[in-house]
Design a protein around this ligand. Structure first.
Ligand code: C2E
Ligand code: CA
Ligand code: CA
Ligand code: CA
Length: 276
């Protein structure tokens, strides 16, 4: 080998080629996944920190790929967003999750994740109205989780859509809070009902440094002072929960309580809660 740039280039080219090949195949498969019924929703409870009772469940998308097995959203949501497939997929998520929630006791909420692309489509509000009507669930049971990225894009249109949804009684949660760049004054104007403290802060609670605890405290106080609810995501230990309780966090969610579950496994849970 002569070495130098050319050799290095030839070395990387097949890898890049293979990467693009994998991506193209995944995209091809993703296009068929909806029609083939390969998607499934799992549901993870969020509970009241004070009482431990289940307040509702967050729907989390799963893809059962015919050859690759279970594929998690981190692997296919970005591709779905780039290709626009997120629109029909998001519609399916909305319909399926609302229909599932219709089987639960009526005090349980259903939380659904929305991608920025879904706000760019014109039909978001009407498709949500449709999903509520079809399932028959009350609008206040539906919670839409959006990230700060959603609101940074084209905030005029997003504000309008969120405002309309809130007028219908739908609740808005700010997901992954603390990882974005929105200013406090911006958030003050932003129409939302709940803040979800990002897992990255929660997982460091109870570690040697006080940093994460101070952040959690600040987010909870910020939410409380604006009259919003707070939820901590990614709670895995009793110690994290104890700190969150001391800091006044309202709800918690994470493996400590339950992993995301198949619909068939949460129906009995919801039932038991209704009887309690
Ligand atoms: P997210 O909305 O922040 O969801 C929380 C993620 O953390 C989920 O990963 C959940 O399974 C995981 N998780 C929950 N509790 C714990 C815990 O105690 N420890 C750890 N280590 N992880 C925990 P998942 O299901 O892989 O979803 C990843 C992301 O994909 C979600 O992050 C969300 O942004 C996106 N996503 C999932 N479903 C949908 C969907 O239907 N539509 C859209 N647009 N995005 C979705
Ligand atoms: Ca979420
Ligand atoms: Ca989150
Ligand atoms: Ca997250």
């Amino acid at each position: 080998a002569k070495g130098g740039g050319r050799g290095a280039f030839r070395f990387f080219e097949p890898e890049l080629d293979q990467l693009m090949h994998v991506r193209r195949n995944l995209e091809k498969d993703l296009r068929k996944a909806l029609a083939r019924g390969e998607f499934e929703l799992h549901y993870q409870p969020f509970v009241s920190v004070e009482t431990g009772r289940i307040c509702g469940y967050e729907a989390l998308l799963r893809w059962h790929h015919p050859e690759r097995g279970l594929v998690l959203p981190g692997e296919f949501i970005p591709l779905a967003e780039e290709t626009g497939l997120i629109l029909p997929m998001g519609e399916w998520v909305l319909r399926t999750a609302c229909a599932e929630a219709a089987k639960w006791p009526s005090d349980l909420k259903i939380a659904i994740n929305l991608s920025p692309a879904q706000f760019r489509g014109k039909e978001l509000v009407s498709s949500i109205v449709g999903a509520l009507a079809n399932s028959g669930i009350a609008s206040h049971r539906l919670e839409l989780e959006v990230t700060e990225t959603v609101i940074m894009h084209d905030s005029g249109a997003v504000f309008a859509a969120l405002g309309q949804l809130r007028e219908l009684g739908v609740r808005i949660a700010l997901d992954d809070f603390g990882t974005g760049y929105s200013s406090l004054s911006f958030l003050q104007k932003f129409p939302f009902d709940k803040v979800k403290i990002d897992r990255s802060f929660v997982s460091e609670l109870a570690s040697a440094t006080e940093e994460s605890r101070r952040i959690a405290r600040a987010v909870v106080r910020f939410a409380t002072s604006l009259g919003k609810t707070s939820t901590a995501e990614g709670v895995e230990t009793a110690e994290q929960l104890a700190i969150l309780r001391e800091e006044g966090c309202v709800e918690a969610q994470g493996y400590y309580f339950s992993r995301p579950l198949q619909a068939s496994r949460i129906a009995p849970l919801a039932q038991r809660k209704a009887e309690a």
